[in-house]
Design a protein around this ligand. Structure first.
Ligand code: GLC
Length: 715
């Protein structure tokens, strides 16, 4: 893998970032070297400023002092991928709250991901921040995972393309971005004591492939290691993952930081960890700041090689230079209206129309009576909870503490962003008579629904860092609400605002379902525009929606509900067959497949051409066969090899077409996407055989296919 780590910024008197880093590090004292190897939180929740954070430095997730005499700037680190967060750090500071990453992924639009990354980078830099803890790239393996809203997809290619574009956008503003959490942080259950077990070859073909492609494409300045163990070894102290694979085989030149409170021991340094993060939490959880005195003593004992110490420092310096952190000017002007427009555009493109029988949608502009029910649609739209939660421009519309077991209970909230779907619907449907029911009582809601032309039921969950859901059911009895409203009005539309796939026991009783995810601070507007038909629904599912957990590789989540601190093992025996690949391998039919999404127009594919040499190539025509302009996502998959199911997304392209218009989509697959990893010699193998390549609009909607013979080879 040739890693592209571009040199950014103007003419560099110090030569390459590596040359500058080596020269500066060589001039450092050990005191200065060690000062770069730990970040401290501005303050722990509810406590005072950490004395190591100077008064003139804004409080944030992490602070690392600089070395002024050598031109090394201090580093201030902030979360995360959805915007610049402010969990009780900076009085009154708000930022653009973007839609959840899973909504961004539903757009299948890397250019949009870059634009939204640039919004985050610009708002970080305007505050003087150096590092944005973004780039969540863990695969959505388990639909119960409380952080899937911060991740992107079940597929490595889609995940990598979207994560890379977002990281690129952030770093284009002279702010280092991470990719995280390396690797296999796919559940929240007791994450610091979780052992994630997977076949090493399958790991390379799935979660690690997503990281490999994302890192190759975007050159993130830093990688954040995961809290959990992988196959018995903490990821943050795993010499194979960090030194042999990431830095060795992949040639990654940046630095690896731990997660916050994710450095139990100084020995993680010789294994490949370069920086301890949130050191105060380590002192609390593991009874010491590992990269403080313990690491210095290890150096004195000769157990930390001096060359390794130099390497740790140079990697940090190199990234600062390569991203241009040390050479950017004062904070840029921030156009919050323009940034809000990016949030709106992301929400619009991420909304997925799952079902629309009888064309109940779009509602259109005819005079009509509309019941809007539930989901706090009067107040705003929900946001996911945890370190990625952004206090939106203008502040939250409402925040309700939720609490819960474990360390995250104290910060677990239902947070509503100020974008009321009800108010926005009244704006986009001026001729309609719209009445609202809060949805507390299904019976009451049914009374309103019964006397309206159409009923729109909003239903949401609250995904949160630190928690895996026990099941996929909508919380707070919302399924009963949907059932009651659907029984009262056959023209019922369900709008889901969820961070994960949910089960839909009422699916056969409602003609229309929309998935809006956590749609960000302009989400209410986007939802109203799509329902009214002002905007074409164009999102496609980045994750499979199962009928139920009985279809999942792990219907029961090991140690679900166990007390915080319980050592847990989760065996990811599905290996690389994640999501749609699992359904293809097991022959199951999900509720809604990966890549699925409807619009208000229709599309067709034609003229599929497939060829193969050192990789698979395909081209296909896409036509808007309907009467309205619209966007769709053309998808090309490997479906099987010599008749053996092996579904792999080879490529995709989002296209926008006028009625009757056609275009040609061309896909050249990265062979790693469909090859096998032969871990014995750590190389990729393409088996010889007959490869069936198909094209269409979801993992199961593949009307065209062709077979091509490939020679076996390894690389
Ligand atoms: C959290 C998260 C990580 C975040 C960090 C700083 O625990 O796991 O994604 O960037 O700590 O808040």
């Amino acid at each position: 893998m040739q890693v592209r780590h571009g040199e950014t910024g103007g003419p560099d008197e110090g030569g390459s970032p590596d040359a500058w880093a080596a020269r500066v590090e060589a001039q450092m004292t050990d005191e200065e070297r060690f000062s770069l190897l730990r970040s401290v939180m501005g303050r722990l929740p509810g406590m005072d400023r950490d004395p190591r954070v100077p008064e003139d430095v804004p409080l944030a997730a992490g602070h690392v002092p600089g070395v002024e005499r050598l031109g090394v700037p201090p580093m201030t680190m902030s979360d995360a991928g959805l915007g610049v967060t402010n969990p009780d750090f900076r009085e009154g500071d708000t930022a653009t709250a973007l839609p959840a990453s899973i909504a961004l992924a539903a757009s299948f639009d890397p250019a949009l991901a870059r634009r939204s990354g640039a919004v985050v980078g610009r708002e970080a830099r305007s505050r003087g921040f150096t590092v944005q803890l973004a780039g969540g790239a863990n695969l959505v393996r388990d639909p119960r995972n409380g952080r899937n809203f911060e991740y992107l997809s079940e597929d490595p290619l889609l995940t990598a393309r979207m994560a890379a574009a977002s990281v690129d956008g952030i770093q284009s503003e002279g702010v280092v971005s991470t990719v995280k959490h390396f690797s296999l942080n796919c559940n929240e259950t007791n994450r610091q004591w979780l052992d994630a077990v997977i076949d090493p070859d399958a790991h390379r073909e799935s979660d690690l492939l997503a990281f490999e492609l994302a890192i190759e494409e975007s050159a993130p300045g830093a990688v954040m290691a995961a809290y959990n163990k992988v196959n018995g070894t903490y990821a943050a102290g795993d010499a194979y993952l960090l030194t042999d694979l990431l830095k060795g085989e992949w040639g990654y030149p940046g630095w690896v930081m731990s997660d916050w409170g994710g450095t139990p021991d100084w020995s993680f340094a010789p294994a490949g960890l370069d920086q301890e993060s949130g050191a105060q939490i380590d002192a609390w959880v593991w009874s010491g700041e590992a990269f403080g005195e313990p690491l210095r003593e290890a150096l004195d004992r000769g157990e930390l090689p001096r060359e390794r110490l130099a390497d740790m420092v140079r990697r940090i310096l190199r990234s600062i230079r390569a991203v241009g952190v040390d050479r950017r000017g004062a904070g840029p002007e921030v156009d919050l209206d323009a940034h809000a427009d990016v949030a709106l555009d992301t929400a619009r493109r991420g909304i997925v129309l799952l079902k629309n029988e009888g064309d109940v949608l779009p509602l259109g502009q005819d005079p009509q009576t509309v019941a809007v029910i539930g989901g706090n649609a009067l107040v705003g739209v929900p946001a996911g909870c945890g370190s990625s939660l952004v206090t939106p421009t203008g502040g939250f519309a409402a925040t309700l503490p939720l609490g819960g077991p474990g360390i995250m209970g104290s910060v677990r909230t239902l947070s509503l962003l100020p974008s009321s779907p009800l108010a926005e619907l009244r704006t986009v449907l001026p001729e309609a008579t719209i009445e609202y029911d809060p949805g507390m009582s299904p019976a009451s809601a049914a009374l309103l629904a019964a006397r309206c032309d159409v009923a729109v039921v909003f239903a949401h969950d609250v995904s949160s860092e630190g928690y895996d859901s026990a099941d996929l059911a909508l919380p707070w009895g919302q399924d009963a609400l949907v059932e009651a409203v659907a029984a009262a009005n056959p023209r019922t539309v369900v709008v889901l605002e969820t961070g994960n796939p949910v089960t839909m026991p009422w699916i056969d009783k409602v003609p229309a379902v929309v998935e809006a995810w956590y749609p960000g601070q302009r989400g209410g507007c986007a939802i109203a525009e799509v329902l009214a038909g002002v905007v074409e629904p164009s999102g496609r599912l980045p994750v499979t929606f199962p009928v139920g957990l009985e279809q999942h590789p792990r219907p029961e989540l090991p140690d679900a509900g166990a007390p915080w601190g319980t050592p847990t093992t989760i065996r990811y025996d599905e290996g690389a067959e994640v999501g749609y690949r699992w359904y293809a391998r097991t022959g199951q039919t999900p509720l809604f497949p990966f890549g699925h999404g409807l619009g208000y127009t229709s599309f067709a594919v034609g003229d599929l051409e497939v060829s193969g040499d050192e990789t698979l190539r395909a081209s296909v025509s896409v036509t808007n066969t309907g009467g309205r302009p619209g966007s769709t996502v053309a998808q090309v998959y490997l479906t099987d090899v010599d008749g053996e199911p092996r579904q792999r997304l080879l490529g995709f392209e989002r296209v926008e077409l006028q009625p009757g218009e056609s275009c040609r989509v061309v896909v050249t697959a990265d062979p790693r996407v469909f090859a096998r990893d032969d871990g014995v010699r750590s190389r990729w193998v393409v088996d010889g055989g007959r490869y069936r390549v198909a094209a269409g609009f979801s993992a199961t909607d593949l009307p065209l296919a062709a077979v091509v013979e490939l020679e076996g080879r390894s690389f």
